[in-house]
Design a binder for this molecule. Structure first.
Ligand code: IPT
Length: 971
């Protein structure tokens, strides 16, 4: 049988082995992107043993764009698994059914091309490939998200070059590429032919240090052959490479002010542009510091993803990500869980983000492949046979990316447990690049990493870590030296705030801990983008597909839909919440009346780039505004400024202060809001209703003010509108965090269903009309359960108002928190224009409400839905003082809280939301369903993290609340 290179654990045999920096020089280069001939086979033998021959017949083959994943172009289908390998765990073997794409491409050289050395470079091929040029075998390679190079100079011809590539979906390499994402085979990053003229540079290493104490910079550009370094701005002109240069006074690079100096490294035959950022990363006294200052990562985990192309991203896509991140107050990215396209790192250098660059290694499926959790039997990470592959992957990443000032840490990989191969990677990296600390969450004992890192840590556990009082790692219980080593390290949450579906909740509480404990250097939200693949069925609506939608044999459903932006990069409420929680400037009421406190939370810059403004609103209507003079506040400092003179107001009045960019920046225009704060300056007493009117009997029941009730005390119309309800509602369509797919013990949804919260029935106990009120008592309970609620509704009428006082008393001790307590009513579908005075404009829940400011907002019902790819509870608005639901002409209902309530409005029910599995399945009914909640359970992030903190849970208890219904006056 032929040698199966794709089952070889070695890294491959490319003719050009030594990895090196990625750069674009003035040497000739040909981008080979375009339509290539392609044919997919279901076995590794592909189309046969001779497909690479220049004259092989490919006339009948399909065309496939390069770069792309073939499964995104109708050849086979994507597979989504989180942890499990979608093939038998039998390393290094792979199934005989091994989708294999044969590619052929014919190209000419440009006229200007000169003979000599040339390199054929593949930036990324998943997962293993072999290449031939003009009938000569070049070699094979693995390492999907890493470059591979072949020397091809002597083989090239001026015209009619035939490049043949055979790509296998499964290889030994697949065992170390078990990241939580779609399996997407193909040549998915660019393929380039680069001339390497005599005397050109092979590699260069730009080391630019900054001494914060003196302001001095040091530069060393190491090259593989003598070269000359020029940086005009620094007066450097042809300085010999390999010798250090000192600058007494340099502007440092930081994520907040990404100062780059443009330069050129030249030999006689090649000029390589460089961008130099001077900065120093160090760990001092257990703190992670850049340029002498402790930094807090307000970060996010970013997979490369696009809903139409998979992991094929254009530079514009990458730029869109960086700009969106910067606009939402991120200062850091972890490139989970592989090195990104090099363009992304250029943009991080240019626009300013701290980067943890992560190696392309994950073996998660070994964790329980033998049926026992965390057994890791046969894990490659501790198997010497895999050492060359591990080292090679690290070397290819570090060498490729070493010249990016944005990279402040190297990460060895993700979820591959620990083992000697990681130790070797760390040793090599430390020698090669001592300037950057090493991260790997899997080294929890802290043997060979420089920072302590965990995922999804609860708030309590984080606080203990902050105090350096965390429990010892089992390996360190009898090893005080090891224990002390980890305990002295700075800490990061490499993943937290699992953004699956509606959530994450609890971000403010994390931020407070990052503030309180210098050891806690922030973290990285899991994750940036929902990996939903856009599906365009021949009939019906477009939707975003997730695991299982392609008929996969095993899959992990919508666990891949867990980003802060939707698949099409539309911000989700979680992103807006993060932006507010992580704002670099905090604006609050000052410590004395009449003052405003402003705290600069930047690490390296003052606030001179911000313009402060204020506005005063009376019940949400602006009555005055102006600019607020604020002297530049140095990094890390706070000041208090006097409040502006405010005109007299007679309603509920709030002063809002905003800090916005004072000029255009690369990532956002002048005027972009960076931070804001609100202070209530006057609170208005609740409105008094009109004169009370008595309850009157009617032929079918009762009339209370403008409301009609049937004989059972159920409302039938209000202010002339047909109505169903209002009655108690305690159910919500479970969120992904309620469903808690990973941590079974925290599945609150199961308890909710067990106790019948999804199927409450209402028994009328009594209807008692009195002169001044109609008292309706009900007993609310569910089939098969003993728990319930006693509910009393006391309806009163005034000449313009119908009011209800609702008293809820749990019957029995409810053993679980409940989703909500409030009223549900359904109104005519024409009342679809919404205006409210309360917190907004966006969705908010009790543990995710920082981004909602008090104001007056308008939207239509459709715009108030958050289109989570997997439908679930959404769209809640909180702290509402009043709500109007009107038709197009402004007629309808107004509902007042006493004092406030939460609400949702939708064209479907919670039951519909619960049933649907994709957003497009939700179909409007002919009513509008309105939830008016006295209280609502928090979100938490239990889909992969903690449940809501106790103060954000809703426990069943005695409650009484009031709501008042009026005809909406047109306004
Ligand atoms: C963690 C993974 O690192 C990440 O890739 C993703 O799967 C995330 O969980 C959940 O979405 S690993 C998990 C065991 C905490």
């Amino acid at each position: 049988m032929a040698y199966r290179y794709y089952e070889d654990v070695s890294p491959g045999s490319p003719t050009r082995r030594a990895p090196r920096a990625f750069f674009r020089s003035d040497s000739a280069a040909v981008d080979l992107a375009g339509d290539w001939r392609f044919r997919l086979s279901d076995r590794a033998e592909g189309t046969g043993p001779e497909f690479w021959k220049p004259d092989a017949d490919d006339a009948g083959w399909d065309l496939l764009p390069v770069p792309s994943h073939w499964v995104m172009h109708g050849h086979g289908h994507p597979i989504y698994t989180n942890v499990r390998y979608p093939f038998p765990v039998d390393p290094p073997h792979v199934p005989t059914e091994n989708p294999t794409g044969d590619y052929r491409h014919v190209f000419d050289l440009p006229d200007s091309w000169t003979d000599g050395a040339a390199v054929l470079r593949f930036e990324g091929v998943e997962s293993c490939f072999k290449a031939w040029l003009n009938g000569e075998e070049l070699g094979w390679s693995t390492g999907s998200r890493l470059p591979t190079e072949f020397d091809v100079g002597p083989i090239l011809r001026p015209a009619g070059n035939v490049l043949a590539v055979r790509v296998h979906q499964w290889s030994a390499g697949s065992y170390v590429e078990d990241q939580d994402m779609w399996w997407l085979p193909g040549i998915f990053r660019s393929v380039t032919l680069v001339a390497r003229p005599e005397g050109s540079l092979d590699d260069l290493f730009v080391q630019a240090d900054y001494d914060a104490a003196t302001g001095a910079g040091r530069l060393l550009v190491a090259t593989d052959r003598p070269a000359r370094v020029s940086i005009p701005e620094l007066g450097l002109d042809g300085h010999p490479s390999g010798t250090e240069i000192a600058f007494p006074d340099i502007e440092p690079w930081s994520a907040e002010r990404p100062r780059l100096y443009d330069g050129v490294v030249a030999t006689d035959t090649e000029r390589v542009p460089i961008r130099v950022g001077f900065r120093r990363v160090e760990i001092v006294d257990g703190e992670f510091r850049v340029n002498g200052v402790r930094i807090v990562f307000r970060g996010v985990n970013r997979h490369e993803f696009h809903p139409d192309t998979g992991r094929v991203l254009t530079r514009e896509d990458a730029r869109a990500d960086v700009e969106l991140m910067k606009r939402h107050n991120f200062n850091a990215v972890r490139t989970s869980h592989y090195p990104p396209h090099p363009d992304f790192l250029d943009l991080c250098d240019e626009l300013g983000l701290w980067v943890i660059d992560e190696c392309d290694i994950e073996t998660h499926g070994f964790g329980k492949a033998h049926g026992v959790d965390n057994a890791w039997v046969g894990n490659p990470s501790d198997d010497p046979a895999w050492e060359p592959a591990y080292l090679d992957r690290m070397q290819r990443m570090v060498e490729r990316d070493k010249n990016h000032p944005s990279i402040v840490m190297w990460s060895l990989g993700n979820e591959a447990n620990t083992g000697q191969n990681f130790e070797r990677m760390a040793q090599w990296t430390r020698r090669r690049d001592p300037s950057r600390p090493i991260h790997y969450e899997g080294d929890r004992a802290g043997r060979y990493v420089d920072v302590y890192s965990l995922m999804y840590t609860s708030h309590d556990a984080l606080a203990a870590i902050g105090r350096r009082e965390e429990p010892a790692h089992p390996d360190a219980e009898d090893d005080p030296v090891l224990d002390a080593r980890r305990r002295a390290m700075p800490f990061i949450l490499c993943e937290y705030g699992h953004a699956m579906g509606n959530g994450p909740g609890g971000l403010s509480d994390y931020d407070a801990l990052f503030d309180a404990h210098p050891r806690c250097h922030g973290g990285f939200i899991w994750e940036w983008i929902d990996h939903g693949i856009r599906a365009r069925p021949q009939t019906g609506d477009e939707y975003f597909a997730y695991g299982g939608d392609f008929g996969e044999e095993i899959h992990d459903g919508n666990f891949v839909i867990d980003g802060l932006v939707f698949p099409d990069r539309t911000p989700s409420p979680g992103l807006i919440e993060f932006a507010k929680v992580s704002e670099p400037v905090r604006i609050t009421a000052g410590s004395t009346p009449g003052t405003i406190g402003i705290r600069n939370r930047y690490h390296h810059v003052d606030t001179a780039h911000l313009a402060f403004t204020w506005r005063l609103e009376d019940e949400g209507i602006e009555v005055a505004s102006g600019s607020l003079p604020v002297p530049p506040i140095p990094a890390g400092r706070s000041i208090e400024v006097r409040r502006p003179e405010l005109p007299a107001v007679d309603g509920d009045a709030w002063l809002t202060v905003e800090a916005a960019l004072a000029s255009d920046h690369d990532y956002a225009p002048s005027g972009h809001r960076v931070a804001w704060g609100q202070v209530q300056v006057r609170s208005a007493p609740a409105r008094v209703g009109g004169a009370p009117v008595p309850v009157t009997p009617t032929t079918s029941g009762y009339r209370v003010g403008a409301a009609e009730f049937d004989a059972d005390g159920l409302m039938t119309s209000i202010h002339g509108y047909d109505v169903t309800g209002p009655r108690l509602d305690v159910w919500r369509a479970p969120t992904d965090n309620d469903r808690a797919s990973r941590r079974a013990p925290q599945r609150v949804e199961d308890d909710w269903r067990r106790f019948g919260l999804d199927r409450m029935r209402h028994r009328i106990v009594s209807v008692a009309p009195a002169d001044d009120s109609l008292l309706v008592r009900t007993k609310v309970g569910a089939s098969a359960t003993r728990f319930g609620f006693d509910v009393a509704y006391r309806w009163t009428g005034a000449d313009d108002t119908v009011a209800v006082e609702v008293s809820v008393r749990p019957d029995g001790e409810w053993p679980v928190p409940i989703p909500r307590i409030g009223l549900l009513l359904a109104l005519p579908e024409t009342l679809d224009q919404v205006e409210w005075y309360g917190a907004g404009p966006g969705e908010a829940y009790r543990d995710s409400r920082a981004a909602a400011g008090i104001g007056r907002y308008r939207a239509d019902v459709d715009a108030m839905q958050t289109p989570y790819v997997f439908p679930q509870e959404n769209g809640n608005r909180t702290d509402t003082r009043w709500l109007r639901l009107t038709d197009d002409s402004g007629h309808g209902l107004r509902i007042d809280g006493d004092p406030v309530f939460d609400f949702t409005v939708r064209r479907w029910t919670s039951g519909d939301l619960d049933q649907a599995t994709h957003a497009h399945e939700l179909k409007p009914r002919d009513q509008i369903f309105v939830n008016l909640d006295h209280a609502h359970h928090g979100l938490g992030s239990a889909s992969c993290g903690p449940i809501p903190l106790p103060q954000h849970q809703l426990q069943a208890g005695d409650v009484t609340f009031q709501l008042r219904f009026m005809a909406a006056a047109t306004s």
